[in-house]
Design a protein around this ligand. Structure first.
Ligand code: ATP
Length: 248
């Protein structure tokens, strides 16, 4: 065990379970053959035997091809998913996941959603009272925040989700591919905010497909492939291996 570890993961396994839908052919056949109507329960091994440690204060990138398990791993670390087996120890109570997949209550106003999402991300009512004006002003949504979120465009929803999440200010921050939010001007502002969040003392674990961003921001990289950990190490070494593998 590392004395300075903020995250310790040992022999982590996670399976997705889902119902396989009928193929078009089986759907037609099912009209005549009852046995074809049965849906199948499927399992998919998304993370297999993952072991690593992350030290306090580091910025660590998770890389890998589409479907490698990056977002799944981030969600396990952020306590959104429970693993099937293995140990995940997070040595802080102050962590949150910066993602654009935040669920809004569509009939409630932008302001009401700031409170609901802020509470879900771990802020107290008092902290939200203090931060709500900053969040509203960062989002640039002005009077629109008084309207139900169902009236927002998708860009407006992303701006609001980003503005809430980036004001949470935890000791441990998980960032899932949120580097291109909104229009060009907001993108510039949000990427500046992310850089500030990353360059502080906090520990950051981020998923990104941008090799430049990973190389610029991360002290270390974890490389996943088909649910397995291929390498963890300093950014230059692991990126070199990964780029060689990707260009194979
Ligand atoms: N809810 C789900 N049910 C079933 N399978 C899932 C579910 N979510 C993800 N998967 C599968 O698990 C695997 C890992 O998905 P994950 O989203 O973690 O990959 P990723 O590395 O983040 O991919 P990407 O770079 O494309 O975002 C994929 O094969 C995906 O199809």
């Amino acid at each position: 065990m590392c004395m300075n570890a903020i995250i310790e993961v040992q022999n982590l396994y996670l399976k997705y379970r889902f119902i396989k839908s009928l193929s078009f052919k089986d759907w037609i056949l099912s009209t005549f053959i009852p046995s074809k109507r049965e849906s199948k329960l499927m399992e998919f091994n998304a993370l297999q035997n993952i072991t690593f440690t992350i030290e306090k204060g580091k910025t660590v990138g998770i890389i890998g091809e589409n479907g490698a398990g990056k977002s799944t791993l981030l969600k396990v670390l952020a306590n959104v998913y429970e693993p099937d087996s293995g140990n995940v120890v997070i040595n802080t109570n102050s962590s949150s996941l910066l993602t654009l997949a935040t669920g809004f209550k569509s009939d409630l106003s932008g302001y009401e959603n700031i409170y609901i999402n802020g509470l879900l991300l771990g802020l107290s009512k008092e902290e939200l009272d203090e931060k709500v004006d900053d969040i509203a002003s960062f989002s640039e949504l002005g009077e629109f925040l008084l309207n139900p979120v169902r009236t927002f465009s998708s860009g407006m929803k992303s701006k609001l989700a980003f503005s809430i999440a980036c004001h949470v200010d935890p000791e441990l921050l998980f960032i899932d591919e949120v580097f291109s939010v909104g229009d060009a001007r907001f993108r510039k502002k949000s990427s500046k905010k992310i850089r500030e969040l990353i360059q502080s003392e906090r520990t950051v674990v981020m998923v990104s497909h941008s090799e430049e961003l990973i190389q610029e921001m991360c002290d270390e990289v974890i490389w996943l492939d088909k649910g397995k950990l291929i390498a963890q190490g300093n950014t230059d070494d692991v990126m070199k291996e990964y780029i060689t593998y990707s260009n194979r």
